[in-house]
Design a protein around this ligand. Structure first.
Ligand code: ZN
Length: 154
């Protein structure tokens, strides 16, 4: 496994990612490397464009040890709202207040090519929205109603 470099250059992060048409060894290695990179960076989610790969691939780990590997993820339903602080490994040292749905249902392929649906609530729903946004070049800073100053951190 390799640790990948997390991009912080906004111009690169604005590019749109293409769907995965074939889950080959390269994609599986990408998933492994992304999980390792996310963990080392102490994040709860990482999208492939953040490591310079413009493919619709995401990893999320809200519950330690339970990694969701999402290929071509699509949010198929959302309801409720939650408002809270959010950060991004590509926007280091900053946080902002973002409104997200409280509950989402996401459909994606797993690494074996099976179509699966995942339900997310709270932080998991937030991570699912944040990471799928990355695939379309959207950053949470676009949606933040307020950015927090460093002194707002507890
Ligand atoms: Zn992010």
């Amino acid at each position: 496994m390799a640790t990948l470099k997390i991009l912080t250059d906004e111009e690169l992060l604005r590019r749109k990612s293409r769907p995965v048409d074939k889950i080959n060894q390269r994609i599986k290695t990408l998933l492994d490397d992304m999980t390792q990179t996310m963990r080392l960076a102490d994040g709860v989610g990482l999208a492939a464009p953040q490591v310079g790969v413009l493919r619709r691939v995401v990893v999320i780990e809200v519950e330690p040890g339970e990694v969701l590997e999402l290929i071509n993820p699509e949010i198929i339903s959302r309801d409720g709202t939650q408002t809270g602080p959010e950060g991004c490994l590509s926007v280091p040292g900053r946080r902002g207040i973002v409104e997200r749905p409280e509950h989402v249902v996401l459909r994606a392929l797993d690494r074996d090519g099976n179509i699966r649906e995942y339900e997310g609530e709270g932080l998991l729903a937030r991570a699912m929205c944040h990471e799928t946004d990355h695939l379309d070049g959207i950053l949470y800073t676009d949606k933040a109603e307020k950015m927090l100053d460093e002194e707002d951190d507890e």
